[in-house]
Design a protein around this ligand. Structure first.
Ligand code: MGD
Ligand code: MGD
Ligand code: SF4
Ligand code: MO
Length: 684
């Protein structure tokens, strides 16, 4: 090793899993990255994206300095001028129209990137606007809400279980830590069930593979309940002792027979019975509902409720290998609330508030319709909504109507390209922070410091430096009193009992701040934090809000049952299956990753493609009621017939969100139906 070299143990935020990463810095430059051996999520491994971190950090296309658009052209300016101009404009707009005109959007990078979210929420509160929006309006928050309403708290799937039910979830592509756990547990006797329109490669090792019609998972879940109750396979003791409303569930599931579900889901009734028995009799079982796959359907919230009920009636709650309510830490929150409510709070009240617990998020789906009457300015940090949100054209048109669009990113994205100001952001290896990935990392009560390996490149700024500097310019400096991002993390950490010094110098790979608690002891005296103090199979909260208090099924709004529409668009479109080499719209500029998957594509069964004269590798046009895109046909017998599956994230004519529809929403939380639309194909 060179004399002026050091290893820095930090986390990887190239996707939200926050694996442990060891970074070698020689002469001020990163020369090597490897997985951190002591980290409980990745045990020394990195996925292909993590392995390419150096190429991302030193990519020649990184944004290097602030730019402003003048007469359609980008012009370089100083940070000082950029922030003065942005600050002045925001103050003027606030004076003329009120603070609500400002919205802040944070992308998936912000979901577990505590500082990115929290500091943005601090700025929005200090400015006085409620309109913080994020990917939570289309991803994950729905299941959190549904589980909170059922259990009072959010239980998480255990990553070590006897039966993995991969229900629209493909860990080989999207969930590297879970995939490692599965590979470790299969030789020890764990089993897998795959419910997916595609025979994903894990299906080869599965006990059962059930190719389902996209968007119909709720019907399958209800039929499983039917079998488990009718065949008396449920956990009587658990149900009696801990739950509310089982007596109402029994007559409710009567009509949901496997034969009823077979017609809807394409899964034979016999297989549904077999699956229900396998699930109910497993020593432990955990449903891994696709992280957004189940959310983004017409029945999303009720799907999440149905999965919860399946875990409950089989007693797979708080047992090793089930869903566990881990002791969870409340870190010091930095967000500032406002009295006023954000966009979408009225239409999707359960997304916004339950039992007085308000969320800091507006519903991002309401953004395009809110511009320009409600929202006139937008700051985007760590997101690319023009590519990632449904109906890219609607988002693009809304962006064009803004009086001020500011984007802080690493690269010139399609969203950044529409902005008035583009500002250069730091990668995770250029800033300090806290790695806290409780939800998406299977409920591990684990914390680790994100440690700056190198100084920010070029004129790049971290989120902390950006918000602090902008607040200073606007006379709100007192809101960000900290001198450094390390001070921020120190404050956040306080409730954990772990100190910054301890984590920086001693526990460099992180530490558990609590231990998991199995069993129900914690609930014996106080019960659950729900209105009935029990686990709510029947939810009065849903009923009061005007929704079904027991899980139900709703057909996709664009369905083959709609004969007229189906005649025009005779194929089922599901979008956004993950690709291991990319995070959403990112990393297509990383050469080695791009080589693995160079072009946008649509996966189609050869039998289906043949009907339209489409051969493997043909360029095709895919059309929906919202638009057309051009992609390459990838024929595979692994895809269910009649289904077209297209990943998201490509810019330009391969962007599948030119096909998705902002108006096709799930009625309870307003999520888009990105897994179950209709489309047609023809050769380009
Ligand atoms: N490499 C990589 N990893 C990622 C991400 C990324 O962009 N790249 N994104 C991260 C984020 S933000 C999220 S939300 C998660 C998403 O994670 P998930 O939603 O779990 O997505 P996948 O793991 O791709 O699994 C989706 C699977 O569902 C199948 N499917 C499609 N429609 C349906 C349906 O209607 N029903 C059922 N049962 N199956 C269906 C697809 O064929 C696919 O195999 O991934 C995270 N991890
Ligand atoms: N059709 C369809 N669309 C989908 C999905 C789907 O399944 N189907 N999935 C949806 C889901 S679940 C999600 S979560 C969204 C994700 O949507 P987004 O979060 O908007 O997508 P990304 O492309 O990951 O955008 C992240 C941006 O942050 C930048 N960035 C990375 N690191 C940093 C940093 O440290 N600081 C700053 N300031 N910027 C940084 C990247 O360069 C990138 O431009 O996509 C959604 N879109
Ligand atoms: S899974 Fe995500 S966090 Fe882990 S190494 Fe890969 S990109 Fe990094
Ligand atoms: Mo997501």
């Amino acid at each position: 090793m060179m004399e002026n070299s050091k290893w820095v143990a930090t986390d990887c935020t190239i996707c939200y899993h926050s694996c442990g990463m060891n970074v070698l810095v020689e002469g001020g430059r990163i020369t090597k990255v490897e997985g951190l051996k002591d980290h409980p999520l990745n045990h020394g491994w990195l996925c292909p994206k993590g392995e390419k971190a150096i190429e991302m950090v030193y990519h020649p296309d990184r944004l290097k300095y602030p730019q402003k658009k003048v007469n359609g052209k980008w012009m370089r300016l100083t940070w000082d001028d950029a922030l003065s101009e942005i600050g002045d404009k925001l103050q003027r707009m606030k004076k003329d129209f009120g603070p609500e005109i400002l919205s802040i959007f944070s992308g998936s990078i912000g979901v577990e990137n505590f500082e990115m979210m929290e500091l943005a929420q601090r700025f929005k509160g200090a400015f006085g606007t409620p309109n913080f929006i994020s990917v939570e309006g289309i991803c994950y928050r729905m299941r959190i809400r549904a589980r909170q309403m059922t259990f009072g708290k959010y239980p998480v799937e255990e990553k070590d279980t006897k039966l993995y039910v991969l229900w629209g979830h493909n860990p080989e592509q999207s969930d590297f830590p879970l995939n490692l756990a599965i590979q470790e547990n299969l030789p020890k006797g764990s089993k897998i069930v795959v419910i997916d329109p595609k025979r994903i490669s894990l299906a080869e090792k599965a006990e059962m593979f059930l190719p389902i019609r996209p968007g119909t998972d709720g019907a399958l879940a209800l039929a499983m309940m039917h079998v488990i109750i009718k065949e008396n396979l449920y956990d009587h003791e658990f149900v009696e002792k801990w739950t509310h409303g089982f007596d109402k569930l029994v007559p409710h599931i009567e009509p949901y027979t496997p034969e009823w579900a077979e017609k809807i889901t394409w899964i034979p009734a016999g297989d549904i019975r077999k699956l229900a028995r396998l699930f109910a009799k497993a020593e432990s079982a955990s449903i891994f509902q696709g992280t957004n796959t189940q959310d983004q359907t017409a029945n999303g919230t009720q799907n999440s409720r149905a999965f919860a009920v399946l875990q409950i009636i089989t007693g797979n709650i708080n047992n090793p290998g089930g869903w566990v309510i881990s002791p969870r830490l409340s870190l010091t929150g930095l967000g500032i609330n406002t009295e006023s409510t954000p966009i979408g709070a009225e239409d999707y009240s359960l997304f916004y508030e339950i039992w007085g617990r308000k969320s800091p998020y507006g519903q991002v789906m309401c953004f395009p319709e809110s511009v320009p009457n409600v929202i006139k300015a937008l700051i985007v940090t760590g997101g690319n909504p023009v590519v990632s949100m449904p109906d890219s054209n609607a988002f693009r048109e809304a962006m064009k109507k803004l009086e001020l669009l500011v984007v802080l990113d690493l690269f010139m994205t399609e969203t950044a390209d529409l902005a008035h100001y583009v500002l250069p952001g730091c990668t995770h290896l250029e800033k300090n922070g806290l790695a806290y990935s409780y939800n998406v990392c299977h409920g591990m009560p684990y914390l680790m410091l994100r440690k700056k390996a190198i100084e920010p490149l070029y004129e790049c700024k971290s989120e902390f430096s950006f918000w602090k500097a902008l607040a200073n310019k606007m006379g709100m400096g007192e809101v960000f009193p900290w001198e450094s991002d390390e001070e921020v993390v120190e404050l956040e950490l306080k409730p954990s009992g772990l100190s910054y010094k301890e984590l920086k110098e001693d526990k460099i790979a992180g530490a558990y701040y609590m231990m998991k608690q199995y069993g129900m002891d914690a609930h014996v005296t106080k019960g659950f934090s729900t209105p009935s103090k029990k686990i709510e199979i029947y939810s009065d909260t849903f009923e009061k809000a005007g929704f079904d208090p027991l899980p139900t099924y709703r057909e996709p709004d664009q369905s083959p049952l709609n004969k007229e529409l189906f005649a025009k668009y005779p194929l089922i479109l599901t979008t956004g299956a993950r690709i291991l080499y990319y995070t959403h719209g990112q990393h297509r500029n990383v050469k080695d990753l791009n080589k693995k998957c160079p072009e946008p594509f649509a996966e189609i069964h050869p039998g289906t493609a043949g009907k339209y004269g489409v051969k493997d590798g043909d360029p095709i046009v895919v059309e929906s009621n919202r638009g057309k895109i051009k992609v390459k046909a990838l024929l595979t017998k692994d895809m269910a017939e009649g289904v077209v599956s297209i990943p998201h994230g490509w810019p330009g004519e391969g962007n599948v969100n030119l096909l998705t529809d902002l108006q096709l929403r799930e009625p309870i939380m307003g999520y888009p139906q990105m897994k179950s639309q209709l489309c047609s194909i023809h050769k380009a």
